[in-house]
Design a protein around this ligand. Structure first.
Ligand code: FSO
Ligand code: SF4
Length: 541
């Protein structure tokens, strides 16, 4: 295997024997084969579009399949052969439409490949189509092509969530297919490859906008909401991941059953949505970021539902309590299809639940774009009269590396006239800190999940308008942490918007060559984090 798509990749080079995430070589090979097959589908779908044909099933399926290859999503080898076969089946169906419309035949390769009959055969096929460098290849082009693949994996995740809630955009699907097709180009120029990578960022903004609309139209605009970190006496279900539809369905199915529903990880911001917070039994938040789940889930006295990434190998102590939904999979873990959560509910009823109330601390969520922009004049005023000196977007993913303490320390060191905007799971390193307020404006503002980067961008654009300046001229610095491919897509979005001076950590992506990195430094002044003290000094002058 050769996988280097995430931040925790072995030696910051690549996982070659087994994934640091727990991904086994068979799953890596099957994911590579699925990606190869999807390139063929992308090639045919792109040609189809040139002839005016777009197939909705192909569009939606492409996102689901790509999402299955994201870090920490699906570790179950049995789930991949059906996806690979379906890719080829849809490709052939679309090919017939292309040929009927006068299109030409496709060259030998991913557009013609046939999957082996059995799992072993497919694994062998996948091993021949991996990401490892090949002799004679241009390393920078390879780096950009891989960045593009990882970026569209991120886009696909957001587009998948949006589609589930009834939002689609042909332009997003079209680009995903175009990008898959592009990776088959033998000798694209560096300029073409850079252009595709930046376009990936633009299209991701569209995907996040779509998901924002899907969330707010279905569940209302988030409102500032206090979320208890303690628990209520009674049966309990913990919901992790990003999928609000799964959460909603579970809330409906648990109503009146004496079960309290808690959020975990990236599900925390769900408490701010009016149409979700209305459920009386939607109680509080339990635990911190994904990499602490083995310890935290072992202590949770109810059942657990994983709706997206990031799942880790379940410990024996809770493996019969955990369930997966959507694209998530772990071998041997019961998978929920078609929103029938009865196995999760039954298991929660068998388990003890919490035996007493605990009134712990609380955190406030719900400061998405609407809530922040409703007090925009107050914010502008506080900046103008010098009460707020600087904003920091300290956002992104969490992970196990000790270097991630940087972000906690960074927030701790901030002077009292600075405000922190945060989003995604990296916030769990400081989300429960009481940073107080400035003229009623909280100094720690939780914007939401990683996809709510869309909200943060809207806020930055609105502030720039209020101050009649460019976003790069605002008293705003971005100090980001990345882990997986949704973060790659978001980073590309920020670059495609021309945002400069981003600090990125805890390490830089292994899939970027020195030349690609120096291109980013020259054009965007992106830099690795150093120490919180030095970075803060440099930013605040
Ligand atoms: Fe975190 Fe995992 Fe949201 Fe990622 S839970 S690491 S960027 O999947 O998606 O922030
Ligand atoms: Fe390694 Fe990350 Fe790939 Fe897992 S997803 S195999 S940790 S690079």
């Amino acid at each position: 295997m050769f996988c280097y798509q995430c931040e925790q990749t072995a030696k910051n080079e690549a996982c070659t024997k087994v994934g640091v995430c727990g991904k086994q070589p068979d799953v890596a090979a099957l994911q590579d084969l699925l990606t190869y097959a999807l390139k063929g589908l992308g090639q045919v779908a792109s040609e189809a579009r040139r002839l005016g044909i777009s197939d909705d099933e192909v569009n939606v399926f492409t996102c689901k399949a790509l999402f299955s290859t994201l870090t920490n999503v699906n570790f179950d080898p049995q789930r991949f052969p059906p996806l690979i076969r379906k890719t080829v089946e849809l490709r052939e169906r679309l090919k017939r439409k292309v040929l009927d419309a006068g299109g030409s035949a496709f060259p030998e390769g991913p557009a013609t490949f046939q999957p082996a009959e059995d799992l072993e055969g497919m694994i062998a096929q996948g091993e021949a189509h991996g990401f490892a460098p090949e002799a004679g290849e241009n390393a920078d082009i390879r780096s950009l092509k891989h960045t593009l693949i990882f970026g569209i994996r991120g886009i696909a995740a957001y587009a998948y969530h949006a589609e589930i809630l009834g939002k689609k955009d042909e332009a997003v699907y079209s680009f995903i297919h175009q990008a898959l097709d592009f990776t088959l180009k033998k000798t694209p120029s560096l300029e073409e490859a850079v252009e595709m990578v930046l376009k990936c960022g633009q299209v991701n903004l569209k995907a996040m906008e779509l998901l924002d609309a899907a969330h707010t139209e279905n569940y209302g605009h988030p409102v500032p909401t206090k979320v208890p970190l303690g628990h209520k006496k009674g049966k309990a279900i913990l919901v992790s991941g990003h999928d609000l539809k799964d959460l909603e369905e579970l809330l409906k199915q648990t109503e009146g059953k004496g079960i309290y529903v808690y959020t975990h990880g990236e599900m925390l911001p769900a408490h701010g949505y009016p149409e979700l917070k209305k459920y009386q039994h939607f109680y509080g938040h339990y635990g911190t970021a994904w990499q602490n789940q083995q310890k935290e889930f072992a202590q949770f006295p109810g059942s657990i539902l994983m709706t997206t990434n990031c799942i880790q190998k379940p410990k024996e102590s809770y493996e019969s309590n955990i369930f997966t939904a959507g694209v998530v999979g772990w071998p041997g873990v019961v998978h929920i299809d078609n929103y029938d959560f009865s196995p999760v509910i039954e298991r929660a009823m068998e388990l003890p639940g919490f035996t007493e109330d605990s009134n712990g601390r609380s955190v406030t969520v719900g400061f998405a774009r609407n809530a922040i922009l409703s007090v925009a004049d107050k914010i502008v005023e506080a900046v103008k009269n010098g009460k707020i000196r600087h904003f920091f977007l300290v956002a992104g993913c969490d992970g196990a590396k000790p270097g991630r303490n940087y972000y906690t320390r960074f927030v701790e060191l901030l002077p009292e006239d600075c405000v922190v905007l945060t989003l995604a799971c990296g916030k769990f390193r400081f989300f429960d800190k009481d940073l107080g307020t400035i003229d009623g404006i909280p100094r720690l503002i939780d914007v939401g999940q990683c996809n709510d980067a869309y909200s943060a961008i809207q806020v930055a654009v609105a502030l720039a308008r209020a101050f009649s300046c460019d976003v790069n001229e605002l008293p705003l610095s971005m100090v980001l942490s990345w882990y997986e491919q949704k973060a790659v897509a978001i980073l590309l979005t920020l670059l495609s918007l021309g945002i400069k001076n981003i600090r990125l950590g805890p390490s830089l992506p292994a899939f970027l060559t020195p030349a690609v990195l120096s291109y980013l430094v020259e054009n965007y002044n992106i830099k690795p984090i150093s120490t919180p003290e030095d970075d803060l000094r440099e930013i605040l002058g």
